[in-house]
Design a protein around this ligand. Sequence first.
Ligand SMILES: [Fe+2]
Length: 285
Amino acid sequence: MNSSRYFRLPNLFSSNSTNMFFQRLFAMANYSFSSSSPSSKTSIQAVYDICKNNLTPSTSPPPQLIHELSSILDTIGPSDVGLRDEHQEDDRGHGFSTPNTLNRLDRWAQPITYIDLNESQSFTMCMFCFPTSSVIPLHDHPGMTVLSKVLYGSLHVKGYDWVEPPLIKDSKEIARAPVRLAKLAVDKVLSAPCSTSVLYPKTGGNLHCFTAITSCAVLDILTPPYEEYSGRKCTYYRDYPYSSFGSGDELIDGKEDEYAWLEEIDAPDDLYMRQGIYAGPPIRM
Ligand SMILES: [Fe+2]
């Protein structure tokens, strides 16, 4: 995923604390390269190789491939990708040790860190490091399959899938866009160590929102990647309770609280995210 397609990144070199952030990340890059020898392929290299050799820009991965990828992702922890399990240290989720370097205000102001591992026409491999209580608002992955592995910490995931055929209600209010009915697919807390989660183009919570319960990190594989000219644009939504616009007629199965109306919104201005640098074992591409 090219993060600029997904999120607006602020000026990366705008503050002293940001410079300190990069100094620490570069310091972490003193990773032992011995594990990159062909005889001892790292887990992240194995994941990359499977993705590169099997994923395509135009097709969804078959179940067996999803299973194979998930099995390896299940074994991956923070140390396999150059991060440290920091959620007990409350460093605001950057995946490196900072106990004495940021004052209290700086720590609360820390953004979500996006780390790009690979971007190709077939897939994106990336990581997000979340400070406690940070949020990636409700957004979609049109036509995409996404595998997510929580590396450390706890993350609340709320995910919807569209009700098909589409049920759309036009708003009588000039200022508001139409709303479309979606059904709740996922509403749970993922705490490491846990197995890999998968969402699909039509199922599994393709529209989702992340809230960091503790500082945490997630390794994502998106296939195919976001690509606006191919119709895979990231769109953000606001969700309304079913009762806001529903009369009961639209319910196919389940209860009212399993449904929501989603309204398309602009990318949120308060999504505070910046780019980090991968400091794990080298990945041969
Ligand atoms: Fe997402």
